[in-house]
Design a protein around this ligand. Structure first.
Ligand code: KG4
Ligand code: ZN
Length: 335
């Protein structure tokens, strides 16, 4: 029973975000503050800086989306805040803010699992032609997460495979760093790769052809480090070869995952790496061969945002699910 719009709050990593969605899932207002510049000079996310930035940014972001949505707090149907997995400082800031707001206005509170938020994003109404009906196969390819999940229903997620070492976005960032590109390096590496020739640099394709759908990228990173150290290959060729390796591996893993998720109606890709054209093309080919649509939400909804958090709030509140005030944020919280 949902009696009004839902406010979503995201603060698990280095994006501070707030969004207000109508009970039917229409986006009334959304905002993301990216802390990339704060962390860039350190070459990665600094947890305490992130938590402090969330604390500084959230009140203004929330006030802004509420005003643009034209919704008063007492008219909300609930507040949903990411409560894990992620950096604990930021999670405490966002969950605490959400609880405070819900409590002071007599609203239900939903503690959202960030991975579930990525997993249910394609179900946002109007996002994809035909929508994403259960069950579907989700490939979550981001800087912090790398997994294949069979999404069978609300609260019913079967993890089919995950990374044995680095997440795929992390691998992009590490390879980019070796090539002297700024952090986060994924998009820079993709631009560099566009002018390169993959076939000129042989790189390994970890786990390709192996059973199951786990991932591994540390060997590939080491190979890039060795090639760069030798100094014989053009950076653009190394970038192209790296991207081709990742795309081939991800496609192979997706093929296996589809076989492990019979009945899937679509192959859904989410996470920042879903923006990569090489990865997208390889996955589109896999889906086509399986006779399924390959669906990727628009990039702003693939990367960290609060729309997806509010949407989980809507799905859970509709199902009558809320969380108690003492729900504790969890740095680790598997689906
Ligand atoms: O989902 P996301 O915004 O944040 C989380 O990690 O949760 O993903 C960010 C990651 C970074 O590692 C970034 O380098 C990578 O996604 N990324 C890309 C591209 N755009 C973002 N990697 C490869 N090609 C891209 N075009
Ligand atoms: Zn994420």
């Amino acid at each position: 029973d949902l009696r009004g719009p839902v406010l979503g709050i995201e603060s698990s990593c280095d994006e501070t975000a707030a969004a207000v969605l109508a009970p039917d899932g229409r986006i009334l207002a959304e905002a993301v503050f990216s802390q990339t510049e704060d962390h860039g000079r350190f070459g990665g996310v600094v947890p305490e800086l992130a938590a402090r930035a969330h604390l500084a940014q959230l009140p203004g972001l929330v006030a802004g989306v509420m005003e643009r949505a034209g919704v008063a707090p007492r008219d909300l149907g609930g507040v949903a805040a990411t409560s894990g997995p992620g950096l604990i400082g930021g999670l405490i800031v966002g969950a605490g803010f959400g609880k405070g707001m819900a409590m002071s206005h007599g609203l239900p509170f939903v503690a959202v699992n960030h991975l579930e938020a990525h997993a249910l994003t394609p179900r946002l109404p109007g996002l994809l032609p035909g929508g994403a009906a259960f069950p579907y196969l989700l490939l979550l390819l981001s800087g912090g997460h790398c997994q294949c999940v069979a999404v069978e229903g609300l609260g019913r997620y079967r993890r089919l495979g995950t990374t044995l070492d680095d997440a795929v976005g992390e691998a992009f960032d590490k390879a980019a760093k070796l090539l002297g590109l700024p952090w986060p390096g994924g998009p820079h590496l993709e631009r560099l790769a566009a002018g390169g020739e993959a076939a000129r640099v042989p790189l390994p394709r970890p786990l390709l052809g192996r059973a199951g759908c786990d991932f591994s990228f540390s060997g590939l990173k080491t190979a890039v480090a060795q090639v760069v150290a030798k100094g014989a290959a053009a950076p653009a060729d190394v970038a192209a070869a790296f991207q081709a390796s990742v795309a081939a591996v991800v496609a192979d893993r997706a093929r296996h995952a589809l076989a492990m998720a019979p009945g899937a109606t679509a192959l859904v890709v989410s996470g920042g790496v879903a923006a990569n054209s090489g990865v997208r093309a390889a996955l589109t080919a896999v889906a086509e061969r399986a006779g399924l649509p390959m669906v990727a939400p628009p990039v702003r909804l693939c990367t960290d945002n609060a729309v997806m958090v509010a949407w989980v709030g809507i799905e859970r509140l509709r199902a009558g699910l809320t969380d108690p005030w003492d729900h504790a944020p969890r740095p680790r919280w598997p689906l």
